[in-house]
Design a protein around this ligand. Structure first.
Ligand code: PMP
Length: 439
């Protein structure tokens, strides 16, 4: 069903991101429509979307509120320059977003997670400079983190193969280890804090001099790198170290934002407040590209200490706060809040975890990790072909009408928040059949 006849030749023009073009040409996967929990192929076959697109369609596909809002907005205002002018919808959406994330005080809009991250890094450096502390320029990221593909996000990110082909990245970036003990497998709750993780950070600070560090950036729950929940106390530990040294703490909530952990943000769900927060994906339910970088009131106030007249922050994008994106974002928030989707996510998290953990006795499965509505099932790699088993399982599931993602030999799940228990069971059954069928 996923082999499309008369597939377009890759030579015809479209260079797909993150995709082996020649392999895609041999077995293209195309979806033509989507509604609710499903994609629909050109042949009319329905595929259960257990990835929410790419961690983004949290309210389900083509949500009627979002679709209607985009239609209306498109007929009203196509574009306004982001230099010295704006439109009312941008202010309305910013206010509503901050009401949903009350620990933050201002929001800067962009068009993607990558842009939101690079904006966050620039805010961090400019914040210190505005306070007369221009020597704070270093960043600390973490192994296995994904922060997008801009040179800033790539530099602080911790996935080596993403960096391989691109030469020198940002200087003065250091990486903490992933707070994960591979000996702990099939955990049924968040792991407990281990003194090793904070000690590793303290070691970096000892060598680098904390008064030269601008910010520490982490995903509260490592997403693309493998769904690693933070040990209990870990984020609190980062917060305390940042406070002690005047370092800003950035949470990249591009994946964890909007209900993945049963609250609007991971910061809210886990009870730790960063100084800067990035969002994208679920911000507009994936329907219009948009990123957002939120800051606490003190971070914003530091910029307002600049003399009046010149722009306080010389940064932005042509499409920052685009009218269509603001309309989509507002309608998405309405959907999440008025339809109780964060609560639905919180309710389904335990059955989701139990269903995935039940795969521990299936062939090839070596670990299962869950955090809210994020799940990863690690498979043992085939010695001669790492990644092949994961890809084969994903192909089997797709042929059976279930979309899960293979990141190497790790199967990743991130369904829309409206997923039902029956759909979770259907997915686990498809995975079980696929695991039994692959080499
Ligand atoms: N940060 C995180 C945590 C992400 O998961 C992603 C995308 N997967 C990004 C940043 C980059 O977002 P985008 O692809 O929209 O640039």
């Amino acid at each position: 069903m996923n082999r499309i006849r008369n597939a377009p030749e890759p030579e015809e023009g479209f260079w797909l991101p993150f995709t082996a073009m020649r392999a895609f040409h041999d077995a293209p996967v195309l979806f033509e429509r989507a509604e609710g929990m499903h994609y629909i192929t050109p042949e009319g076959q329905r595929v259960l979307d257990m990835m929410a697109g790419l961690w983004c369609v949290n309210a389900g596909h083509a949500h009627p509120r979002v679709t209607a809002a985009i239609r209306e907005a498109a007929g009203k205002l196509d574009f306004v320059s982001s230099f010295r002018m704006s439109h009312p919808g941008a202010f309305t959406f910013a206010r509503r977003l901050l009401d949903a994330v009350p620990m933050m005080g201002r929001v800067f809009f962009s068009n993607s997670g990558s842009e939101a991250v690079d904006t966050a890094l620039k805010i961090a450096r400019a914040y210190h400079r505005a306070r007369g502390d221009a020597g704070r320029t270093k960043f600390i990221g973490r192994a296995k983190s994904y922060h997008g593909v801009g040179f800033g996000g790539l530099s602080v990110g911790g996935i080596a193969r993403h960096k391989r082909d691109f030469g020198p990245l940002l200087a003065d970036v250091f990486h903490m280890p992933l707070p994960h003990d591979p000996a702990q497998r099939f955990l049924t709750a968040r792991p407990v804090q281990d003194a090793r993780w904070m000690a590793a950070l303290e070691d970096i600070l000892l060598v680098q001099d904390p008064s030269t560090v601008a910010a520490i950036i982490v995903e509260p729950v490592t997403g693309s790198g493998g769904v690693y929940p933070p040990p209990i106390g870990y984020l609190e530990g980062l917060r305390a170290i940042c406070d002690r040294h005047g370092i800003l703490l950035i949470f990249d909530e591009v994946i964890t934002g909007f209900g993945r952990l049963g609250a609007c943000t991971a910061a809210e769900a886990l009870g730790v407040t960063p100084d800067i927060m990035t969002m994208a994906k679920g911000l507009t339910n994936g329907a219009v590209p948009m990123g957002a970088t939120l800051v606490t009131p003190p971070v914003f106030e530091a910029f307002m200490a600049h003399p009046r007249g010149a722009p306080e922050f010389m940064h932005g994008y042509t499409y920052s706060a685009h009218p269509l994106a603001c309309a989509a974002g507002l309608a998405t928030l309405d959907a999440y809040q008025q339809e109780g989707m964060f609560e639905a996510s919180a309710r389904i998290a335990a059955p989701f975890r139990a269903a995935l953990l039940a795969l521990r006795d299936a062939p090839h499965v070596v670990d299962v990790r869950c955090c809210g509505l994020l799940g990863a099932v690690d498979l043992a790699p085939r010695a001669e072909a790492p990644g092949a088993r994961g890809a084969a399982v994903a192909d089997h599931c797709l042929a059976a009408g279930v979309l899960v993602r293979a990141a190497g030999d790790m199967m990743v799940l991130s369904p829309p928040l409206v997923v039902s228990e029956a759909q979770v069971e259907e997915t686990v059954a498809a995975l079980r059949r696929a695991l039994a069928a692959v080499e």
